[in-house]
Structures are given as C-alpha cells and as structure tokens.
Design a protein around this ligand. Sequence first.
Ligand code: C2E
Ligand code: MG
Ligand code: MG
Length: 664
Amino acid sequence: MNPRPPLPPRRRAGSLRIPSIYVGFGLTWVLLSALWRQGGSFRVDRDALVLTLFVLLSAAVLHLLLRRDEARDEVRHRTLPGPTREDADAALVEALSTARERALLNDAAVASSANGIAILDASGNVVQANAACAAMLRRDAGTLVGLHLESLMEPEPDSAEPGSDLAATPSRREFVVRQGATEVHIHMTCSPIPGPDGTLACTVAVLEDLSERHRQEERIAHLARYDLLTDLPNRQLFIEQARGAIARADRASLQVGILFLDLDHFKHINDSLGHAVGDSVLRATSARLAAQLRPGDVIARFGGDEFVVLLSSIHDSAEAGALAKRLLAVHEEPIAAGGILHHVGVSVGIALFPDDGRDLDDLLQHADLAMYRAKADGRQTMHFFHRHMDELAVRRGSIERALHSALAHDEFRVVFQPQLRLSDGALIGAEALIRWHSRELGEVSPSEFIPVAESLGLIRPVGVQVLSRAARQAAHWDEDGLADLRIAVNLSMAQFRSHDLATELAATVAAAGRSATRVELEITESMLAEDADRAARSLRTLHASGFELAIDDFGTGYSSMFALQRYPLARLKIDRSFVRDVESHASSATIVRATVELAHALGLSVLAEGVETEAQEHFLRDVGCDEVQGFRYARALEVPAFEAWAKRYQARHPGASLVLPEIG
Ligand code: C2E
Ligand code: MG
Ligand code: MG
C-alpha cells in the first residue's frame, strides 16, 4: 500500500480572529473620534453613517472569512492530523500520475492479451475491443465499435443458457464464428459492471479461442469411429448405422443387405512384400470398393482384410447380387504397389434382412458364413446365405470343442495306404493318413477336421504325432522285415510356416528310430504359392535334413513347371481328380500325359493318386507314370490290416496283377 501523502501543518485556531475584531473596533473608534473633533458634537450626516457601516461590514466579512478557513482546518485536522495543504497537493499530483500510469498499464495489458476482451454498453454493443477479440471475430478492431456483439457470432447448438441477455447477467456461453470453411469456436464469459447508482454501467466480455481444442476433440471422436488406415467407418460406427437402417427398413417393409467381404490371398501380399505394401493395397482396394456403392450405402472395415457393406434399403436380393458383382469386378483393374501389379480378388457373402435374420448379429454371422462358403468355392466369387450353412457352422463349433480334448485323450490314429511301382508292381511305400474317432462325434473325416485344427493352431502337435507314429511304425516294419517302405506324411500349411520345422521333424524322426531319407513330406502347391522365396528356403532346409519332398494334389494349384525347378523335389503326386477323368475327359488325359513328360524332364518321378480302375492303370502305364496309389489296390488300412495286405501282396508270384481282393 502506498503511504498516505503528508498534510500541510495545522494553523493555530483564533490566531487571526482576535486581531480582525480589534481592527474593526479600532477603525470604528478612529472614525467616531474624527467626527467628534469636526464639530464638537455628534453630527451624524449620511456620508459618515455609510462609511461607518461599510467599515463595520468589512470587519464582519473579514471575520467570517477567517472563521471559515479556521473551521476547514479544524475539520481536516480532526480527521487526518498532521500534513499541510502543500503536502496534500503534492500527494494529489502524485496520485494522479500513478493512476495515469496504471491506466496505461491496464490498456497495454488488455491490448496484448491472448484472450479477446470487449467492453459492452448496457445494450450489448461494443464500446471497445482488443486485437485478439477482433481476430477471433474475423473483423478489424475499428469496425467492431457500435456493433452488437452477439450479432457477430452463432451460439453453439448445445451451449448453455440460450437467449439470456449477455450484457445484463453474468454468463458463460460458447459461440462459433464462420468464415468460409473455417470455424472459430469461442468460449465467452460476460461480467456486468454496475455504476455508482447500482444500474448497469458496462459489461466486460472475455473471449477464449477453443478452436484447437475443438479440432482435437473432433479428431479423437473421428478416430473412435473411423478406421485409421482406410478412413472408412469402423465396426462401431457401422453397427450404429446398420441398426438404424434395419429399424427404418422394418417400418417401410424394405430389405437390408449385409455383405461380408474378405480379400483373397491378401496375407500372401502382406507376408511376401511387407506391411507397407499390404497397407497401400488395402487403402487402394477399399477406395475402389467404396466407389461402387450407391449414395447412402456404407462400407466399413472390420479389421485386417475384412470389410462389411450395408445396403440400407433394397427391394429384393437381386439388388444385393448386382452390387456384389460390381465389388467382385475390382479384381479386374490391377493395383500397383511395391513395384508389382496386384489383381486383388474378393470373396463376398450376403445375408438379407429380414429373411436371413432379424437382428444385426445374426445377419453379420450369416453373411460371414456365406463368405466362407464363397472362399471354399474357389474365391473371387459371391455366395448368398442359406439356412443349411447354419448347420455347418454348428458342426464346426462341435468339432472345435471336441478337438481341444482329442490330443489329450489320444483319439487320433494313423492308417497306411500302399504305394506301388507300376513297372514291376513292387510295394515301395505307404502314405500315412490320420484318423480321428471323437468320443462325442464319432468318426470325423480328416478333410473336415484338419482345416479346423489348422485354424485353432492345433495342427502342429497333431502333425508331429502323426509323423512320430508313422516313423516308429516304419522302423518296426524295417526290423520285422515286412518291407523297406518309404513313408509319406502330409504337412499342413501352419506346420510349413513354422521356422524351426526341419529341426522339429528331424528330431521326431530320429527319436522314432528311422532315417529321414526314408520319409517323404507332402506339401501342396498353395503352400509354395504363399511365399515362394520362403518356401524355397524351407524346402532346402528340409531336404538338407534328409527328407524327400513331394508335391501333393498336383494340378489343383497354380505352380508352373518352371517354378518347380528351384525346389529340391523328388516327386509329383497327380491329383486324383485328373486320374478319375482320364478316360472321360480328353483334357485330363492331356494334363496327366504332359505332367509326366515334364516331370521326367525335370528329373522328378510321378505318382498317380486315386487310381480306381484297370483302365486308369493302363493309361498311366502307357504315359510312363512311375507309381500308383488308390482304392484299386488298397484303401488306407489300419496297421494289422496293412501288414496282412502287404504279406499277401508280396507273396503273389511276380508278374501277377497288382490287384488283390479287398481284405474283409
Ligand atoms: P491326400 O493327402 O491327398 O490323401 C489322399 C486322400 O485320398 C486320402 O483321403 C485317401 O483316403 C484318399 N484316397 C486314396 N485313394 C483313393 C481313391 O482311389 N479314391 C478316392 N475317392 N479316394 C482315395 P483322406 O485320408 O480322407 O485324407 C484326406 C486329406 O486329408 C488328405 O488328402 C490330406 O490332405 C489330409 N490329411 C490326411 N491325413 C493327414 C495328416 O496326417 N496331416 C495333414 N496335414 N493332412 C492330412
Ligand atoms: Mg497326401
Ligand atoms: Mg493328395
């Protein structure tokens, strides 16, 4: 606090009053005695009387003036004892200059404030505004004066206290100022200032720019509802929109289409070319898919390479089918990424409200099932949901549950199917094939449970168990002198992908007491297609560990003979679908003949699978096929049955037919 300025010293009371009375009486006395001396008597003429009265009056006035000053001093000194008048004047001057400095400082502070500050009159019109305020309102500071502040902004829709008189009451509200595409979001606090009489003198409005915070909030809200990579709606937003569309379609008796999309072989792109290329393929594909939609339809990314389309109101299934065809056509236009052109195919499953489900969860699940069916149909195709798919899904669920305990309960067995050399009919090998008798489900075919075991991640221990049992059995037959059989074991995709595969398999075979050189591993063309370089490395490691390598189901995939040269293969196993048709389809016969010729040219031997008839055997012999396997000779047999069959087969005299009657 500033010290109080010193006051002028106090005058002594009555110091002038007494002399002034004496002067008055003295003057009167001098006048009267002068009159007396003039005539020896009192002659009161008019002039003398006037003069006397004037003198008396002057004395009285002088007295009163002096009395008033004294009274003032008295009052001042009774309240603030001490300083003199000069001191008070000096203090006043100093106070004024301090106040001026303060006012200048205040003005500077207001002018440089980052917040907008405006002073409003009682009607809410701008009297004064700083530069920040003008900038927020997108105006020049000079043009603001006289304008009604509220007329320059729009209230935010959810701002509190709509319609209250800003200038008159303390308030906090949010506004937006629009200029073209830009928006300034403002938080305004109004503080009314009352005058001396208690009425409103002015209002101070403080404006804070919330635009950056708004942008951040909007970004967070966007991220919560849109996919980061493709900027398509995410699952959560899709679910909200689809539920709304279903409710509307229900009222209008319309249908809603849910299309489940999965890109074909996308994993291959991601694994072989890296995630950056995978991401750019995903972005480009999603943009192309989105471009096929009608206005109002929605495409969302559900994760990975899965997309879901919502057709909000359709009249029949043909409309959904037509759109699905357009989506399938994105395959035709290649996408350039990672220096390669990719033809990205898509498999589409379709479910319709209300026929295929009345709630969204059912519809999504059914569209997903239909999509899996499209994949199984060879990909790059579409499938509508049918009720029987539900049964398939239920069956798959039961298999999944039963598989979990199958290993622990030792429910798997291995059976053996003989392999014969065509030239001399010798029994040269056996393919080990898994069998599963589930406690709950009974006998389940490997074609049905192996893909499920694969998707559950159970195939690796299962595969090792098959190899171990097959190798142990073969070692036992070696010792027994039954036959020196090459044992063929199937590898699954998941096994083939594991990096320490060769070590694991070599250890398994060694532990079983068999040489890896008498074990053949069967892989399919699709395993090679996934990542050709990695596949080549894996095959070379397996080969170096001593294993023989064969391509199973040859002809159903897309491997070229040229590509096969780079792999250390021993054999091609021609798929039984070609063998089955060699008599009826000229093309199958041509394929089998060409395969044998080219394989031989590459130094590979050829085994024909699924030989069932004599005619097939003749054909294969004619084209120079090396080995055969099929029901014509024997089915896959349990160990005792296989041993009995092998003994009888080897006991037949040389040159006899390769066929033995089935064992009962
Ligand atoms: P695959 O490896 O091509 O096995 C040959 C399949 O064809 C076997 O079916 C066999 O019983 C059947 N087959 C053989 N000759 C004939 C014939 O003349 N006519 C007909 N119609 N079929 C014949 P299976 O045992 O049902 O196996 C089916 C598939 O399951 C196998 O095809 C193989 O891909 C897979 N698989 C079987 N065992 C295993 C295993 O231990 N591990 C793995 N990863 N897959 C296995
Ligand atoms: Mg096989
Ligand atoms: Mg096969």
